[in-house]
Ligand binder design. Structure first.
Ligand code: CIZ
Ligand code: SF4
Length: 302
C-alpha cells in the first residue's frame, strides 16, 4: 500500500498530473489526492490547474464535467464502470421528450447528469446553489431534471415557483424514511441532524440543516456542537470523523454507501496514470452545448 501511494505520487510528478477525489470516495484515496470535495469544487480545480493530466476519482458525470470545463486537459476516470444511478435515470431521448411536453419552460439540470443531457438544458445547478439558480431565472415555472427530490425541495423553499420535476432520484438518499429521522432524534436528542437534499423533501424538512456535502462539512466546521447525525453518503461521515476526532458523527444508516463511488481503488488510479487509459472524450457539439449550461450557472453562482 505504502509503495502504491509513493508510486502514484511519483507518477503525478513525472507526468504533471493531479488527482481529484470526491468526498464519497474510499477515504484512503485522500492519501494521493490533491483536492477533495464536491463535484463543482473539483471541476473548478480542474479548470485552474496547470497540470496536463487530471485523474478524477469520482463517477462518470464528474469526470465529464471536468472535461467540459477544461477541454484541453487529459481527464482520466480510473474505473469506467463508476456511473451514477441518478444520472443514468435520464438519457438524451428522455430529456428531449420531457422538454417537448412543456414547450418554452426553462430547464434546470442538476450537475448529476451526463453531458448529453446537460447539452439539452438551459442552466446547470448543484445541491449547493439550486435555490439561487432557480430564483435567478425569474420565472413562475421551471423544469428540473433528473432529481425529483431536490427539485421539490427547491419548490418548497421558493413559494410561488412551480418546479416540474423529472422522475429521477438517488436510491442511496431516496431510501431514507421520515421514521429514520424521528428515531434518530429520539435516540440522540442533543445531536444536530444534517441532511442532503437528495433525500425526500418530507425527510429533509425534519433536519436542523439541509445542504450539499460541502454545506454539511462547512456547517460542522462553523458550529460548536459535539454530536451530529449525518444523512448522506458514508464518505462524508468518515472524513468528518477523521477531521474532528473530538466530536461524534452518527451515520443515519450503515448502508449509506454509493457503490459506484467505492469502485475506485488505489491500484486503478495507479493503472490509469501509468498507462494513461480511460480517457474521457466528448463530441465537440455536446461539449459546447453542455458547456453553455455550466457557464450560465457559473455566471450566477461563483
Ligand atoms: O455535487 C456533488 O458533488 C454531489 C454529488 C453531491 C453534493 O452535495 O456535493
Ligand atoms: Fe449518484 Fe447517488 Fe452515488 Fe451521488 S450517491 S453519485 S447521486 S448514485
Amino acid at each position: 500500500m505504502k509503495n502504491l501511494v509513493n508510486e502514484i505520487k511519483r507518477l503525478k510528478e513525472e507526468k504533471n498530473a493531479i488527482i481529484l477525489a470526491h468526498s464519497y470516495q474510499n477515504i484512503e484515496i485522500d492519501e494521493v489526492a490533491d483536492f477533495v470535495g464536491d463535484s463543482l469544487y473539483l471541476s473548478r480545480q480542474a479548470e485552474k490547474t496547470n497540470a496536463d493530466i487530471i485523474v478524477f476519482a469520482g463517477v462518470y458525470f464528474m469526470a465529464q464535467t471536468a472535461k467540459i470545463i477544461s477541454p484541453a486537459k487529459k481527464v482520466l476516470l480510473p474505473n469506467l464502470n463508476a456511473g451514477c444511478l441518478m444520472a443514468d435515470m435520464i438519457n438524451h431521448e428522455q430529456i428531449v421528450s420531457f422538454k417537448n411536453k412543456y414547450p418554452g419552460v426553462p430547464v434546470v439540470c442538476y450537475i448529476n447528469s451526463t453531458a448529453e443531457v446537460k447539452a439539452e438544458c438551459d442552466i446547470c445547478c448543484t445541491s449547493s446553489n439550486a435555490l439561487e439558480i432557480v430564483k435567478s431565472l425569474n420565472t413562475s415555472r421551471v423544469l428540473f431534471v433528473p432529481d425529483a427530490n431536490l427539485g421539490k425541495w427547491v419548490e418548497k423553499q421558493l413559494c410561488g415557483v412551480e418546479v416540474i420535476t423529472y422522475d429521477g432520484n438517488c436510491p442511496v438518499h431516496h431510501n431514507i424514511q421520515k421514521t429514520d429521522i424521528t428515531n434518530a432524534r429520539q435516540k440522540f436528542p442533543d445531536a444536530k441532524i444534517l441532511i442532503h437534499p437528495e433525500c425526500k423533501p418530507e425527510v429533509s424538512e425534519l433536519g436542523d440543516y439541509v445542504g450539499s456535502t460541502s454545506g454539511i462539512i462547512d456547517y460542522v466546521k462553523k458550529c460548536k456542537e459535539k454530536q451530529f447525525v449525518i444523512v448522506t453518503e458514508k464518505g462524508v461521515s468518515d472524513r468528518l470523523k477523521r477531521d474532528y476526532p473530538d466530536r461524534e458523527f452518527i451515520l443515519i444508516r450503515d448502508n449509506m454507501l454509493c457503490e459506484s463511488m467505492k469502485l475506485t481503488t488505489l491500484e486503478e488510479i495507479w493503472h490509469a496514470l501509468e498507462y494513461e487509459v480511460n480517457e474521457i472524450s466528448l463530441e465537440e457539439d455536446v461539449r459546447k452545448r453542455s458547456s453553455n449550461c455550466i457557464d450560465r450557472m457559473l455566471k450566477v453562482s461563483v
